[in-house]
Design a protein. Structure first.
Length: 72
């Protein structure tokens, strides 16, 4: 069996990544950006061979909304 590296070691310092993560924490997302992200998710998760287009995904994002989430 192949020997595996331990996952318990600390990750090496990555200052560039840390800076990006700090910037991301304070980033403001507009409604237009969120709409575009939702449409991209819909389009990207559409089954192959489906007739879903980027335009139809964008249209679906405008029509379908989740109003509440019931978690018990």
């Amino acid at each position: 069996m192949a020997e595996r590296k331990s996952a318990l070691n600390r990750a090496p310092p990555r200052p560039d990544l840390e800076k990006l993560l700090e910037r991301a924490k304070t980033a403001q997302i507009t409604e237009a950006m969120l709409r575009e992200q939702r449409a991209s998710f819909v389009y990207g998760n559409a089954p192959k061979g489906s007739r879903i287009t980027k335009a139809s995904a964008m249209s679906a994002v405008d029509r379908v909304r989740v109003t509440s989430l019931d978690i018990e």
